[in-house]
Design a protein around this ligand. Structure first.
Ligand code: C5P
Length: 218
């Protein structure tokens, strides 16, 4: 088991690969706590945007990070596209990351264990996680999914602009010096480009059940 004896499932991957939905399905199935760590970076960005502070104000970002309460993350407010973009800008600051990572680790240690999804869970936050999944999909597929999501709630958007946004965010997340997005050496890769969520869930479940069965035998 993870560091403290509880089950930890780490899910990383780029924006729009389906890791959030997969994390929720797995947390329900294995009855584990769930933390979308992207919301913690979004909460910091949102706090700065709300009072009109620039996103490169590191000390304000650190203060906002200290004030993040994992029990009070409001997905409705934080899910706005602009907040995600801003989150990837405050996420480059090592001091902000350190503060949030500490809260995320504490969360992972609570019984009965947790599914955490983000960019650095398997590499930095929970390097001893029992199971690490790296969920990815081509940028084109992720852009198509995002467009369908926007249209399903009556919105309109331009596919090539969404694609450009996704590519830019990938570059920022994979290119930063501190905790860049990358699969942990021991992560199981799951490419969901041609997989519906149910198939991705079944594939992940089979990986997890396999790891747990081997561990029980050991
Ligand atoms: O996953 P989500 O789109 O909500 O994440 C918003 C941004 O927060 C990401 O683009 C990334 O820059 C940052 N993030 C991070 N590490 C995590 C989770 C999110 O740097 N563990």
């Amino acid at each position: 088991m993870g560091e403290v004896g509880y089950l930890t499932i780490a899910i990383d991957g780029p924006a729009g690969a389906g890791k959030g939905t997969l994390a929720r399905r797995l947390a329900d199935h294995y009855r584990l706590n769930l933390l979308d760590t992207g919301l913690t970076y979004r909460a910091v960005a949102h706090a700065l945007l709300r009072v009109g502070l620039p996103l490169d104000n590191v000390s304000a970002a650190e203060t906002a990070a200290r004030q993040v309460d994992l029990a009070k993350l409001d997905r409705t407010v934080l899910s706005a596209h602009a907040v995600g973009e801003a989150a990837s800008k405050v996420a480059v600051f090592p001091s902000v990351r350190r503060i949030l990572v500490e809260k995320q680790r504490d969360f992972a240690k609570s019984p009965p264990g947790a599914v955490l999804d983000g960019r650095d869970i398997g590499t930095v936050v929970c390097p001893d996680a029992d199971i690490k999944l790296y969920v990815t999909a081509s940028a084109e597929v992720r852009a198509q999914r995002r467009l369908a999501e926007i249209e399903s709630i009556g919105g309109t958007a331009n596919l090539s602009e969404i694609l450009a946004d996704i590519v830019r965010r990938d570059e920022r997340d994979m290119g930063r010096a501190d905790s860049p997005l990358k699969p942990a050496a021991d992560a199981h890769l799951l490419d969901t480009s041609e997989m519906a969520i149910e198939a991705a869930f079944l594939a992940a479940k089979s990986i997890i059940d396999d790891v747990m069965a081997k561990r029980d035998k050991a």
